[in-house]
Design a protein around this ligand. Structure first.
Ligand SMILES: *[C@@H]1O[C@H](CO)[C@@H](O)[C@H](O)[C@H]1NC(C)=O
Ligand SMILES: *[C@@H]1O[C@H](CO)[C@@H](O)[C@H](O)[C@H]1NC(C)=O
Ligand SMILES: *[C@@H]1O[C@H](CO)[C@@H](O)[C@H](O)[C@H]1NC(C)=O
Ligand SMILES: *[C@@H]1O[C@H](CO)[C@@H](O)[C@H](O)[C@H]1NC(C)=O
Ligand SMILES: *[C@@H]1O[C@H](CO)[C@@H](O)[C@H](O)[C@H]1NC(C)=O
Ligand SMILES: *[C@@H]1O[C@H](CO)[C@@H](O)[C@H](O)[C@H]1NC(C)=O
Ligand SMILES: *[C@@H]1O[C@H](CO)[C@@H](O)[C@H](O)[C@H]1NC(C)=O
Length: 357
């Protein structure tokens, strides 16, 4: 089947209208070093951004976790904000290619970073080829500035940045923290704390906090345990998000992601949605299509953000679907091999598969 959806990132807006959050996104460039956020205007005033993931481990994880179909009815998510002014940005980061660059890459060493999870540390566990560490995203028409950890820390001074979502965002967190922590050689000046769904990195000299918070379905759900999360029979609570939101409501920058957990593992997979609560005696369960569950969660999230986030203080990003490459044919091979022995990126310019195959 031909891939249809386009990888994209969507700026959430809220019923209350977070216009200024959205416009301030344009000025936000510090994340460029680990992911290229791309702004472009979609149809009907929707604001869309695409994200290019620069790390293979993330892509492998996507492939391993999810290989069923989901069509996002993106049109169903109402976005009311006006698009950001991108006129100053001449170069479109969403069109480009991976270039081999063993001079300015890698940006961190998996052997040295104390914050990397074992399952992501390929070199530590014997992967022989190191080429995967040397890819750089090169937009047509410009070069992204090289990541500079000191500059990032200066920009984030006295601030808290939180990634919220599933393992894709957790990988982004790991990558960013590994890129940053190498610039702080003194172990006494940095710290990592695990506290349930929250993993926190602190750079004391700068009073910078970079966190990851696990909530793959955004709203409260039966998948909220960061370690033992149920994969099948998902249940979300349509009107409950506070437990999660309390963990990131004071952040200065929040990067949400959600997509892969709404995909179907089986053709008949559906999402259970709970309204009310057992404690209040008004619990009610409904079953909906997975993608409709996604819409319910996005509505609750945007409603919460609209009511609770001071848009002068907090910037919001949202990463939606991301490219997958589950099948050898993506590289020009034979499909039954999946991604066995594939160690290089898909070079096809404009490749956009999002797991619709
Ligand atoms: C950037 O490129 C993408 C993909 O080709 C396109 O959809 C988008 O409209 C472009 N954005 C701008 C601002 O030209
Ligand atoms: C970078 O790659 C080129 C081409 O493969 C090779 O000739 C060169 O020795 C490499 N440089 C380093 C520093 O690894
Ligand atoms: C990184 O940024 C800092 C602070 O802006 C600057 O002093 C330093 O020269 C930069 N490093 C590189 C390699 O560009
Ligand atoms: C340190 O950063 C936090 C945000 O993470 C902020 O609330 C606090 O005011 C900062 N402390 C100082 C002394 O600026
Ligand atoms: C862990 O998080 C809880 C809130 O979920 C908080 O009350 C507690 O103080 C945190 N513990 C540490 C050690 O940070
Ligand atoms: C946000 O900033 C604008 C411009 O500085 C100001 O007019 C507005 O009152 C601020 N809003 C809040 C909620 O602080
Ligand atoms: C994968 O690579 C290994 C080691 O190079 C090789 O023995 C094996 O035949 C390859 N498998 C395929 C399907 O190409």
């Amino acid at each position: 089947m031909k891939p249809e959806a386009t990888p994209k990132m969507t700026v959430l807006s809220s019923p209350v209208g977070l216009k200024s959050i959205i416009s301030s996104l344009v000025a936000f460039s510090i994340i460029v070093g680990f992911a290229a956020f791309l702004f472009y205007q979609g149809q009907e005033g929707q604001v869309l951004m695409a994200i290019e993931h620069g790390h293979q481990e993330m892509q492998v994880q996507v492939a391993a976790e999810h290989h069923e179909q989901l069509r996002v009815k993106e049109a169903k998510v109402q976005l009311t904000a006006e698009p950001p002014d991108v006129s100053k940005e001449e170069c479109n980061w969403s069109t480009g290619q991976w270039v081999y660059d063993n001079v300015s890459r890698p940006l961190y060493s998996g052997l040295k970073c104390a914050f990397i999870f074992p399952e992501l540390s390929c070199d530590k566990y014997g992967r022989k080829d190191a080429m995967y560490q040397h890819w750089r995203w090169k937009p047509h028409g410009c070069d992204l500035p090289r990541f500079n950890a000191t500059r990032l820390l200066e920009k984030l001074r006295n601030k808290r940045l939180v990634f919220v979502g599933d393992s894709l965002n957790r990988n982004q967190w790991v990558s960013l923290v590994c890129m940053v922590e190498a610039s702080i050689p003194d172990d006494r000046l940095k710290m990592r704390v695990f506290n349930g769904s929250l993993i926190s990195f602190k750079a004391f000299e700068y009073n910078v906090t970079i966190d990851f918070y696990w909530s793959p379905l955004l709203v409260e759900s039966n998948s909220d345990d960061p370690i033992i999360h149920r994969v099948e029979y998902r249940i979300i609570r349509a009107d409950r998000i506070d437990k999660h939101a309390n963990a990131w409501r004071d952040a200065n920058i929040i990067i949400f992601n959600s997509y892969v957990w709404w995909r179907k593992h089986k053709p008949d997979m559906r999402m259970k949605v709970m309204y009310g609560s057992f404690e209040d005696g008004d619990a009610r369960l409904e079953e909906v299509e997975m993608v409709d569950g996604f819409e319910i969660a996005l509505r609750k999230l945007t409603e919460w953000l609209g009511e609770n986030i001071d848009k002068n203080r907090t910037r919001i990003f949202f990463a939606g679907s991301s490219p997958t490459h589950n099948w050898a044919s993506n590289w020009g091979g034979v499909d039954r091999n999946k991604c066995l022995n594939e160690t290089e990126p898909v070079y096809k310019v404009g490749y956009k598969a999002t797991g619709t195959d």
